[in-house]
Design a protein around this ligand. Structure first.
Ligand code: C2O
Ligand code: CU
Length: 493
């Protein structure tokens, strides 16, 4: 063969190879595009966690088995607490006078603070004035029945301008929760469609009970719309409970200086025998909550958002907050407080055990090439669906093999943290609904499957969720008639 001939053969082999590579990539690209509309149950890899494969798992097909639309909370009875929330665009004014063009509930963001009592039948009528993309309300951390969960395209249709939706549920859990839209949530929550809901116990409470919601509006960090330098008059000796809520999509670290304090609750659940802390920083993952208690000393106490100028002072004079004390340690719930009885623990026999492994890998997400989030090796929608049966005791090992933190939020259930990186939880029982999983960390958590439905399990860095860090836990035999996708105006992330 002449040199020229060999050259031609090599060249055509290269062309064939190139065509093959282009074809493979092209197919990957084509396959990754999300359809205009789809049922979340028709996607992903169904996993059974070593438990029996329910004979009726085909019941997930739309129209089969129990529909999520039938899983409502107490549909009759007169509500004990009734609210109406109207979503609309509005200009809101921060403490400095700065105006933010926001999306709001009732013209304000955070939206109205809802306070109800444990046991109340709560009814909330959501209306949408003019939020073009539509809106829903998800009750973050409240384990409501599935049809009240507010996920567009999974548990209801997005409420479009002029329409409304009524939520009803019994407020069983005491604690600090929040509510937010779960339609185009990565944009709408950032722009202001959220608020705080507190479920108060019957027993006596702190003399001063205050919510401080961290939120960044147009790049400006705030605490309940206050950009900083805020102050509040609190008489010496007052028992104070501060409900710290992180409504941002990134971790916020709260600092409390000028007093010793206790962490009373995490994600709405009270801790057992919490000890006194001082100079300890309180990181709160996106979507998470921490309640702090202290008794007002004669000098002022300062609550700040680390790394920002945002701080609020509490003191008898109402005067300026004392200088910040730089924390020397970081709060760790794994060893804080003392143990108490739990309905199950690490030694229990689990009906199903799942792995939820978060990685990053090159590929296509909805037709876009790049380094994508992957769950158990699959890029959305090729992610797992964990199938459970009502009554199951379920264990999940969540591993973060990426270099950023992922606050993992399971809807409809609270998980008990059993261990982190193989180290057992030895403090107070630690129940979480939004677990901040740092790079390289691995948590073992468990929950009782006692709330039938199709539940999101996703990263509460909402842009991450929109980039595919989203999956579902589905009860055998439950189906949804709702469809995700632009065609139906349902875009939960
Ligand atoms: Cu606070 Cu699925 O969300
Ligand atoms: Cu994330």
């Amino acid at each position: 063969m002449s040199k020229a001939h060999i050259g031609r053969v090599v060249a055509s082999a290269a062309v064939v190879l190139l065509v093959a590579v282009v074809a493979v990539l092209g197919k990957a690209w084509w396959d990754s595009r999300l359809p205009e509309t789809y049922n979340v149950m028709s996607y992903g890899t169904h996993e059974y966690g070593g438990g029996p494969e329910p004979p009726n798992h085909e019941g997930h097909d739309a129209g089969a088995g129990t529909s999520v639309a039938d899983l409502h909370g107490a549909s009759d009875g007169t509500p004990d607490a009734r609210f109406e929330l109207t979503a609309r665009a509005a200009d809101i004014r921060l403490s400095s006078g700065r105006v933010v063009h926001a999306l709001t509930f009732d013209g304000t963001s955070p939206g109205p603070e809802l306070r109800v009592e444990q046991g109340d039948l709560v009814e909330v009528v959501l209306r949408n004035d003019d939020v073009e993309d539509g809106v829903t309300i998800h009750w973050h951390g409240i384990d409501v029945p599935n049809a009240e969960d507010g996920v567009a395209g999974v548990t209801q249709n997005a409420v479009l301008p002029g329409a409304s939706y009524t939520y009803r549920f019994r407020a069983e859990q005491v604690g600090t929760f929040w509510y937010h839209t779960h339609q185009v949530s990565s944009t709408e929550v950032r722009r202001g469609l959220f608020g705080v809901i507190v479920i108060e116990p019957h027993e006596e409470q702190a003399e001063l009970d205050l919510v401080l919601a961290a939120h960044t509006f147009d790049g400006i960090p705030t605490l309940s719309r206050d950009e900083g330098f805020g102050r509040q008059k609190v008489p010496v000796g007052t028992q104070v409970r501060l409900r710290l809520v992180n409504t941002d999509s990134f971790e916020q670290t709260f600092t409390v200086s000028g007093t010793r304090f206790r962490v009373l609750a995490i994600d709405g659940t009270d801790l057992h025998e919490p000890g006194e802390l001082e100079s300890v920083a309180l990181p709160v993952g996106a979507g998470g909550r921490i309640d702090v208690g202290y008794v007002q000393p004669p000098s002022s106490v300062r609550v700040a958002l680390e790394g920002t100028k945002t701080a609020i002072g509490f003191g008898p004079s109402g005067g300026p907050a004392r200088a910040v004390v730089t924390p020397t340690a970081t709060f760790d719930p794994l060893t804080y407080g003392t143990p108490a009885a739990t309905p199950f623990d690490a030694t229990s026999t689990f009906d199903r055990r799942f792995e939820l492994k978060i990685t990053r890998k090159p590929g296509f997400f909805d037709g876009r090439p790049g380094r994508q989030w992957a769950i158990n090796g699959g890029i959305y929608p090729d992610v797992p669906v964990f199938v459970v049966e009502e009554g199951d005791l379920v264990e999940i090992t969540i591993t973060n093999d990426t270099n950023v933190v992922h606050p993992m939020h399971l809807h409809g259930h609270h998980v008990l943290v059993l261990s982190r990186d193989g180290v057992p939880s030895t403090g107070s029982p630690w129940w979480s609904d939004t677990l901040n999983v740092s790079p390289g960390e691995s948590y073992v958590v468990a929950f009782r499957a006692d709330n039938p439905g199709i539940w999101m399990d996703h990263c509460h860095n909402l842009p991450h969720a929109a980039e595919g860090l989203t999956m579902h836990i589905a009860y055998a035999g439950v189906s949804t008639p709702f469809l995700v996708g632009a065609a139906h105006h349902n875009e939960p992330e």
